[in-house]
Structure formats: C-alpha cells, structure tokens
Design a protein around this ligand. Structure first.
Ligand SMILES: [Zn+2]
Length: 490
C-alpha cells in the first residue's frame, strides 16, 4: 500500500515537474502534510484532535505512511544508517509495516559515539549534510556527556516549526493557554527542552519572561511580573522555592499555577512530585524526551494524569514509534511488561532516528486515557535510565529509588548525595542528607535509624546515613549530580 502511494506521489510530481522527487523532498512533503493547519488549537481540549484522539488503527496507518517516506531518506542521506541496513542485510523496502520494524537492529549511543569519533565533528548518524545545513540550518544541539564524546545534532528551520507545534500540543494538554505568562529558568544553554518550551509558548501566545541569572533575580521577577507557569528542572523548582522563602516570599501563595519540568525523572518519583506540588501549591507536569530524537514535543503528562497514582506520561505516537525492549537481549517485551524505551522518530528533518535506545525503564499502557487521548502512556512515568543504574555489592540500585525514600521524609531538605566508596573489598553506600532544621542527638539517631531501615527494606542494601544541616551540600542550579562514585577498581 505504502509503496503504491509513494509511486502515485512520485508520478504526480513527475507529471508536474518532469522529474522524480528525491527521498528528502518526499520526506519533507510528508512532514508538511501532517502539520498543515496545526498553528492553532483544533478544539477546546486538544491542540491536534485529529491525531491525539485517533483510533489505534489510524495511529498505525499514520506511522506506516511516515515510515515509508522516512526510511529511504535516512538510507540515502545517512552513511551511518546505510551501513546498519547493509550489515543487517536489509534495504528500506524490507520494512513495510510496523511488524517489520523489529528486523532492524537497535541503535545505541555507543554506536553514534564511535561514528562521531571517526567522522568529526558531526558524525554521519543524521541525514544533514553541509549543503542542507548551509541552506536551511537552524541550531546545533549536543548531548551533555562530559566524559564521553558529545554527539551533535543539526536541526533545521523546518524542525523549529515542528518544535513549536508539537510542544504547544503537549503544553495545551497540561492546561496552559494563551494569556498565561511563562518564566523560563534557563540561560538558554544547548538544552532542547527550554528551546522547545520557548517556541511552543510563542505559538500559543503565552508571554515569556526569560529568567536569566541569578536565582535572586528570578525570585523578584515572580513577585513583580506574576508569571503563571515555570519551566525548570525538578531540582531547580525546589531550589527556587527555597530561595523565595529565604527572600521572605511563600511559593505556595505565589502566582504560579503550573510547573513544566524536564531533565530528571520526576513523575516516576511520587515523593518528589508531591513535594514540588505542595511547595508551590501548583500542578506539576513533566516531560520526557532526548536530544537525539526531536522535535516531537516530548512525552507529557496531561491534566487527568495528575489525578491518578502513579502518574502516567503520554507518548506522542503519531510523531514517534515507541517500543520497550528487554535490557539484555533488546527483544521487544510482551505487552504490559517493563522494558527499556526505544524510539523511532517520525517527525524530524534533522534527526529522524531509527529504533534508538533511549534506555529508561517503563511499561507502556495502550488503554484510552480519561482525557480522551488515545496515545499510549508510560505507566508510572520513566523511573530510571539504564545508564544511571548502579551496581552495588552485586545488587542493582537506581538513584531514583533513594530519591523516592529521602523525599518521603518531610524533615529532610531537598538536597542529598549518594556516595559510593570501597572499604576493603566491599562497596560502601553512604547517603548524605540535609535536615531542614537543626535536630538534637536523639532525634538525629532516630531519623538515621528510620532512613537506614527504609533503604534496607526497599533497596536490599544497608547504607550509612550522614545527616548535615541545610545548606551544606552544593545547591542544584540545573540538572542534579547526586551520585559520587569513588569506588576503586579492584
Ligand atoms: Zn491523558
């Protein structure tokens, strides 16, 4: 079917222009076809009802139509993907349906890193060459790894347009509307989240107060300009609230009605979510995505999701194909089972990645949400990136599990650290946590015992706990760095 449609389209163009469309032109025509008329909300509840409430069979049809145009584009323009196709003995024509997709091997960050080390500075894992970049380039985003080679992604002017629409879609689902005023807590660094929020708000006619630096200035801006929405990382949302209190304001009585957060797992950590909601007396929404596979407006929490426990996150399936795979074999896990996230991006000129392993654990749920959206949901959000997983004394430990426990203690402040050291031949786990107020020796002993008990029970690891006064640990201004792994390699 898809190839017939492609042939018909090519014949149509040949009839008009006398030549065949290139794979790139065909892909761009498809991207435009699916974004026409989406510059404003389609209804009171949905920005793009045609896609957000499409039947499951329609979603599949859209994905297959997009896939049929995307694969030849990627094959022709990306040497990295062409090599992967060849190594697997495949051509784009071998993947005609979603069922065929699993024939293509998973794409990993490590493969991309190796590619960029050989082909500096851009690598060949995107279909953007120097000519396209010169003619229609917009912005370079890069992964933030400090130890590994950063992987850059060149996004185009068309991507910027797609970004605005898809981000608006997600934020509309959170209840953000024209007339809201947004404060962005960023210095506009190369972080895809803040730029997509910015362009989304532009399209939605949501005014923007660029937060700038330092935090004290943002505190004054909240008091003076009365923004209704904040975009920040979850850690920073807590840090900003503390700064407000120190300056004599109460965040719970501020103008803020909603927070849009990204950059750290938060929806999946109920205690952190509750703490942010209570601190700000506002709805806490968070989004999930990666630098490699955008613009797709991220996975997002809708307004109804916040009424459930655990909170679920919608994945934008008309824009991306989402899979969950076994962490060892990379084979798809059965429906309803926990697996690592894999995404195929069907909404990008600059980076339409194929079966890219993002690598967070989740469970995908295909039941219709109370909000009416048919897009699948990541049940319980995304709780931990496999890369962050720690092996302590042979046991698996997610930093998010410690966060869940620490944030469940109201007497503890927002910062904490997970310190791993070697003692003899043993791994030693120490949790350093700040108490909100000075506490006496007996109270501290009791608190330490309760924390040790809770961590031992839930993580099967007995830690040491060190309690320090609030303000001792470094404050998180952006993404939190809470794990200090000082273990010796024995
Ligand atoms: Zn929903």
């Amino acid at each position: 079917m898809a190839s017939e449609r492609r042939r018909a389209k090519a014949l149509e163009v040949r009839r008009i222009t006398g030549r065949r469309l290139t794979a790139r032109e065909r892909w761009i025509a498809v991207l435009r076809k699916f974004t026409r008329g989406l510059e404003e909300p389609g209804s009171k509840r949905y920005w793009a009802p045609e896609f957000e409430t499409a039947s499951r069979s329609r979603i599949r049809e859209i994905q297959e139509e997009k896939l049929a145009a995307m694969l030849p584009y990627l094959y022709e323009q990306s040497p990295f993907y062409r090599a992967k196709f060849r190594a697997a003995g495949l051509t784009p024509g071998d993947i005609r349906s979603l069922d065929d997709l699993v024939k293509f091997p998973i794409t990993t960050k490590q493969e991309m890193t190796a590619d960029v080390q050989t082909h500096r500075p851009w690598g060949t894992y995107t279909p953007i060459d120097d000519r396209v970049w010169r003619d229609s380039g917009w912005m370079v985003f890069s992964t933030s790894g400090t130890t590994a080679t950063p992987r850059p992604f060149r996004y185009t002017q068309l991507d910027r347009e797609l970004w605005a629409i898809t981000s608006a879609r997600s934020m509309y689902a959170m209840g953000i509307r024209a007339g809201d005023l947004g404060l962005t807590c960023t210095t506009y660094n190369p972080h895809v989240f803040f730029w997509s929020v910015h362009y989304g708000w532009n399209l939605m006619r949501v005014g923007i107060v660029p937060g700038g630096v330092p935090t004290e200035r943002r505190v004054v801006m909240i008091d003076l300009y009365r923004p209704t929405v904040i975009a920040a990382t979850p850690s920073y949302a807590l840090h900003l609230a503390n700064a407000m209190r120190e300056a004599g304001y109460d965040p719970a009585r501020s103008s803020i009605k909603r927070l849009v957060c990204a950059g750290e797992p938060a929806s999946g950590i109920a205690a952190t979510r509750r703490r942010i909601e209570q601190t700000w007396n506002a709805a806490f929404h968070d989004v999930y995505g990666c630098t490699e596979a955008v613009p797709a407006g991220w996975a997002f929490t809708c307004e109804d999701a916040l009424k459930e426990e655990p909170v679920s996150t919608h994945v934008p399936e008309d824009l991306q194909i989402w899979e969950t795979v076994d962490p060892r074999t990379f084979e798809p896990v059965p429906r309803g089972a926990r697996g690592l996230t894999v995404v195929t991006n069907l909404n990008s000129e600059g980076s339409p990645q194929l079966r890219f392993l993002i690598g967070d654990f989740t469970v995908l749920d295909y039941d219709r949400c109370a909000c009416g959206r048919t897009l699948a949901r990541a049940r319980g959000g995304f709780v931990g990136r496999a890369d962050d997983m720690l092996n302590v004394r042979g046991l698996t430990l997610f930093p998010s599990a410690i966060e869940e426990i620490v944030r469940g203690f109201d007497v503890l402040a927002d910062e904490f650290q997970i310190v791993l050291e070697t003692e003899g031949v043993m791994d030693m786990l120490t949790i350093v946590a700040e108490t909100r107020e000075q506490i006496s020796g007996i109270e501290a002993d009791e608190l330490r015992a309760r924390l040790i008990g809770e961590i031992s029970r839930r993580c099967e690891l007995r830690p040491r706990v060190e309690l320090v006064p609030a303000g001792t640990l470094p404050k998180t201004e952006f993404k939190a760095k809470r794990v200090l792994d000082r273990r010796k390699i024995l």
